[in-house]
Design a protein around this ligand. Structure first.
Ligand code: BGC
Length: 742
């Protein structure tokens, strides 16, 4: 008995030691080490830590050797090269400070997962976290110790090509996904050699670019900034994100990379965050082009004093904007060396936290032996496949055309994305290779084997006017019971510098769909794209539509399993689908206005020439089964503002398939001193239900879920009525309410 107690005590003691005391010691240790190292550094060496160069080349190697570079955007040259470059920093510089190796590991490194917009459609943060763990493992195995991800920009304008890199239009969903990805990349301890530092970008409001034109001006209220665009960054900070990247855009008259308010007042003073801020690619140099800085030296002054620690890819001949200008600024007494020290401390601390001083090199043998579950190909593929399946959004399924029976005799598979292994990787695919991609054609073959005859034809290209294969496609289609058409965008049509004014399916693809539809053969359309497209005709006429985004390596297996019913789709769109570009921006989180839309009343806030609803709303996605929501109830009808309340609902699977459903909770503050959105997503749960089963789903509603910023930007919960809405998308909801009392 005594021995048992002693053992229990020892376990508890060691737990407390490791959980609470050890991190404190470790932290203090870093601080002391950082100070010791800092005291030995010359001003040039300090500034060197604040400079990031691009790529492996002789010029950069020379600069590294002379202590003028603290980090390198390394690309994917492999671990041997990374170690060789690291050796220069560690063995050939005066102080041997290791380099940070940065990279854009956006949705996988070797194993390519769905693009982030698709990942968000899964509403499965645990799975998204696992994908980021794998990406971190693979990137770390080749020398990357710092990823420029997650991109957490809220995007409400699908003309903006970078919508594909983020988690869509909603700050709550965006925050959940941002947290998951930071945890996946960084784990609990960055010294773990399979983990890498994360970087939330682009700080801030880059996604609010006017007209959806990349790099364009953003002019929004402080309220929108705080309640919408800052939210996912705050979530990343709460989850210990190591770094943040300052954006290209002008924000309310102050460029984001020279913005003291956002970079210092919010990040440092309000959020007490002590990670590293890096500029985006020459975004400090671009302060001159904004006509916000007189010259490059002025740009260095503005960027640095606003709060940017590291200058990425500045464009001067001798190093970057920070080098040589920071030195001149210190010598002129315009910037104090103490201020330089503050930034250098943060960079050195990040290197200590990553364990680079103890172990700067990639342990090639360790990674080669594939230790642990993450190393195994089958594990990686299984996560990539599961995430790809859960990212697919079923937009339409008239008369339950899908799933297609597996014993179908023959299928015509047509379209420029049906056997495409390159575009489906999506933009920012790091070291991903088309050879590793399972195309739709291959995926269907994998699933159906030789029992079904599959006739594949490209039909047309993605983006030209050549319709010479139309007749052949039509002839083929006529001979089959079912046509699966796979159409959409090239990957380079979304991502950076890929804004568009026309969101129709490019080229002659829609014409091809129409011509095949005219034959009368049953047709399924699978869409692949980095943004919601305007698909009115398809939506009206084609009985079954599958939105696949870009799904990465497991594209074909995932799509086949959905089409043929091995997986019952559960994805929900993280963005609103507009009917036309004229409706943009369109998002669920809108205000009531003084004249809420009444279709038959002209003088209400609406368009004359278009339905005013979206084509598909935020949070929308069908399943092969149906879910019924009923019996919504609160455990209390009124609470005081520090209390909490629980809402419950019964969700019943009323259809013929087992399936997953994303149960979404929206809240509306019925009346407030500041106009509030018609509804705000505040919670969700992804549940699995067998046919006929019922699950009671409950959400605890706490005061932070009811609060908003008052006119002085202070969080407040105002007494009054709150409407609580629950359902499977942002429109089809059942409602109850409760009161908050004084
Ligand atoms: C992009 C960033 C990216 C950086 C480095 C920039 O052009 O805006 O998102 O991390 O390049 O590749």
């Amino acid at each position: 008995m005594l021995l048992k107690n002693l053992i229990a005590f020892l376990i508890l003691f060691s737990f407390l030691l490791s959980e609470f005391l050890f991190p404190v010691f470790a932290q203090e240790n870093y601080d002391a080490k950082v100070e010791e190292l800092l005291s030995k550094m010359t001003l040039d060496e300090k500034i060197g830590q604040l400079v990031q160069k691009i790529g492996v080349n002789q010029e950069n190697e020379k600069l590294i050797r002379s202590g003028k570079v603290g980090s390198l955007l390394i690309g994917t040259p492999g671990p041997e090269v990374a170690n060789r470059i690291q050796k220069i920093a560690v063995e050939e510089t005066r102080l041997g400070i290791p380099l940070l190796f940065a990279n854009d590991v956006i949705h996988g490194y070797h194993t390519i997962f769905p693009i982030p917009l698709a990942e968000a459609s899964s509403w499965n943060p645990e799975l998204v976290k696992r994908a980021s763990e794998i990406a971190a493992f693979e990137a770390a195995s080749e020398g990357t110790n710092w990823t420029f991800a997650p991109m957490v920009d809220i995007a409400r304008d699908p003309r903006w090509g970078r919508i594909m890199e983020g988690f869509g239009e909603d700050p709550f969903l965006g925050s959940v996904m941002a947290s998951a990805r930071v945890k996946g990349f960084q784990g609990d301890d960055l010294r773990d050699k399979t983990k890498i530092a994360a970087c939330s970008k682009h700080y801030v409001a880059y996604g609010g670019a006017e007209g959806g034109r990349d790099y364009n001006t953003v002019d929004i209220s402080e309220r929108t900034l705080r309640e919408v665009y800052l939210q996912p960054f705050h979530a990343a900070v709460d989850n210990g994100v190591a770094s943040i990247m300052s954006a290209f855009n002008d924000l309310n008259g102050i460029p984001a990379s020279g913005n003291y308010f956002t970079l210092t007042e919010v990040l440092r003073n309000e959020w007490k965050w002590d990670g590293v801020v890096i500029s985006d690619w020459n975004s400090i140099g671009e302060l001159v082009k904004h006509r916000f800085a007189k010259n490059k030296e002025d740009a260095a002054f503005i960027g640095f004093t606003a709060g940017v620690d590291i200058d990425m890819a500045g464009d001067t001949i001798d190093g970057n904007i920070y080098s040589p200008h920071l030195k001149n600024l210190v010598e002129q007494g315009l910037i104090s060396e103490d201020k330089i020290n503050e930034s250098v401390r943060r960079v050195l601390k990040m290197k200590y936290k990553l364990g680079l001083f103890e172990d700067p090199y990639v342990d090639i043998e360790f990674f080669k032996n594939n230790p642990g579950k993450i190393g195994g190909k089958s594990y990686k593929d299984s996560i990539a496949l599961q995430l790809a399946k859960e990212s697919i959004v079923l937009l339409k399924n008239e008369n339950n055309l899908l799933p297609v029976k597996k014993n179908i005799k023959s299928i015509a598979l047509i379209g420029p994305l049906a056997n495409n292994s390159e575009d489906v990787l999506g933009m920012w695919s790091a070291a991903g290779k088309p050879d590793d991609v399972v195309t739709v054609l291959q995926g269907i073959k994998n699933l159906l084997g030789n029992n079904t005859e599959i006739n594949y034809l490209k039909g047309c290209n993605i983006n030209d006017n050549d319709s010479s294969d139309f007749n052949a496609s039509i002839e083929i289609a006529k001979q089959f019971d079912l046509v699966i058409l796979v159409v959409g965008e090239e990957r380079k049509m979304s991502g950076e510098a890929a804004s568009k004014t026309d969101l129709n399916i490019p080229g002659v693809q829609e014409e091809l769909v129409k011509r095949i539809y005219e034959t009368g053969v049953l047709t399924v359309v699978v869409l692949m794209n980095g943004r919601p497209l305007t698909i009115n005709w398809i939506s009206e006429n084609i009985p079954a539509i599958v939105e696949a985004w870009f799904l990465g390596d497991q594209t074909g297996n995932a799509i086949a399993q959905v089409l043929f019913g091995d997986y019952n789709p559960s994805g929900k769109s993280p963005v609103t689908f507009p009917r036309s570009t004229g409706q943009i921006p369109i998002y669920y989180y809108q205000k009531s206005t003084g004249r809420p839309i009444i279709e038959e009343d002209k003088y209400t806030s609406k368009y004359l020439d278009s339905p005013n609803t979206p084509l598909y709303p935020f949070g929308y996605g069908l399943s092969y089964t149906t879910f019924n929501y009923n019996n919504i109830r609160m455990d209390k009808n009124s609470i005081d503002k520090n209390d909490f309340v629980t809402v419950s609902v019964d969700v019943v699977n009323t259809g013929k398939f087992e399936g997953e459903e994303v149960v979404q909770l929206y809240i509306q503050d019925e009346f407030a001193s500041i106009t509030r959105p018609v509804k705000e997503l505040k919670g969700f749960q992804k549940i699995n239900l067998k046919t006929g089963d019922t699950k009671i789903v409950s959400f605890k509603i706490t005061s932070d879920m009811l609060s908003f910023l008052d006119k002085d930007m202070n969080p407040v919960v105002e007494p009054g009525k709150f409407n609580i809405m629950i359902g499977g998308n942002s429109v089809d909801l059942i409602t109850t309410s409760f009161e908050v009392t004084e």
